[in-house]
Write a protein that binds this ligand. Sequence first.
Ligand SMILES: Cc1cc2nc3c(=O)[nH]c(=O)nc-3n(C[C@H](O)[C@H](O)[C@H](O)COP(=O)(O)OP(=O)(O)OC[C@H]3O[C@@H](n4cnc5c(N)ncnc54)[C@H](O)[C@@H]3O)c2cc1C
Length: 476
Amino acid sequence: MATFMKMVANGDILSIALKRYKCFIPNGSILVTRDYSISAENHENYDIIITGGGMVGTTLACALANNRKLECKKILLLESGRQFEYKFEEKYSNRVVALNQQTRTLLSSIGAWQHIKATRYCTVHKMQVWDACSDAMIVFNEDYLTEEIAYIVENDLLLHAVNKQLIDKENVNVIYNSKVENIKLPKTLEENAEIQLQDGTKYKTKLLIGADGVNSLVRQTMDTQYVKWDYNQMGVVATLKLSEPTENIVAWQRFLPTGPIALLPLTNCLSSLVWSLPTTEAKRLLKVSEEEFVDSINNALWKVYPKDGVVESGMRALQQLLEGLSLQTGAVKQLQPSVSAIIEGSRAAFPLQFGHSVSYVQTGTVLVGDAAHRVHPLAGQGVNLGFGDVTVLVQLLAEAVINGARLGDMTYLRKYETLRQRYNVPIMFAIDALHRLYKGTAAPIVLARSLGLQLTNAIPVIKKALVEHASGQIRN
Ligand SMILES: Cc1cc2nc3c(=O)[nH]c(=O)nc-3n(C[C@H](O)[C@H](O)[C@H](O)COP(=O)(O)OP(=O)(O)OC[C@H]3O[C@@H](n4cnc5c(N)ncnc54)[C@H](O)[C@@H]3O)c2cc1C
């Protein structure tokens, strides 16, 4: 109460009210000014609070504010980290993501893609995936070099681009260094969620959205079942210099018995490494000299593994069968690049896990992004799934508002959960199954997966469906 009185005396309440709780029409004049209040318990009230200002939470805040039906809602974004500052550097960041078409559409719709486009990104036109144990291979977009499969963008640049758009949104308040420590979730639709920060500040909201990453406090407070396992692997990342400049438009992935190694194009001379390895090996590779590290990468890309006779004859039989059916018997293998050096200091490693929250929603509460689901990076889908959550959630909240429902209404939240789980879960389990399938070196396993890969490669309809699903085109 003392703080409240002090704020009244300082005129803070009025200034906050004028600054933050207005609804603007496009020419900048005020359309609606609502009463801004701090409740008797000294809680500041918001329509929507998002915890976690990572790529997903920040994009969500921007997409909500950008939606005509939601632009009058008062939104708070809480991020425990420091205020994000982006400085353009010639040197590429070692943290990049492969974004699909659907994500690009979302980023374009909020105006963020134009900033990425004006800075830098690399388009992937073709993808070559092959098995070190059998040389079975699948090539996506082999004949359609003009089509765009994915876009490689630095995480920092993406966040910067979204923040640039967010800054103009009058109804969004972003607070950095604000770690959420306690949450009381509503039991009924009439109640609000209560949030307390580490510094004691309290907030209330009609809808709490957890975008607070893999260890989400919102998810833990929901007390929902969370299915998870560790892969006992780390994803080693680095920025690589290629031995020779090339038209670098291909994403390469080789499945090794120890885990997949992937090279994502950045420029004609640079690629970004994502190499999944057993934890001990990953930690060792972080310590070896840069020369030894480069040798290990080239070895992983080029080493010839002994071929099993059973696998070889099985593959020959499949080839004859496909020839008999006049199907493609094998895409033309393009030679993978070699690496000459790494950009100094670009090596890092991240633990890899599978995690899925059985529920994404509860009255007045929703999970998005890694807070709801975490996948192995081998298919480059993690943040794309999170951006898919954003698109669907914004649509359904707008629908709730049009129909006069409260933001936390379970009818709309359940619909979000159903649509997203129907989309996310099959992808997540397919990625996990791929990881397990490619770990095995026993001949029957290698044979089964090699036949599967080669067969998929030979049947254009299946391949097209795979590309469409991975690009987010088959959404609901
Ligand atoms: C090696 C590697 C490669 C990858 N490559 C790809 C790829 O090519 N394509 C792809 O789609 N995905 C990829 N991913 C996955 C992708 O990085 C994640 O899915 C994505 O970063 C998740 O974003 P998020 O915003 O949901 O969560 P996070 O990035 O974890 O953000 C959560 C935010 O919440 C904040 N926070 C946490 N707790 C609190 C709290 N209590 N209070 C306030 N704030 C809080 C954190 O500070 C953080 O900023 C990769 C992952 C790895 C490890």
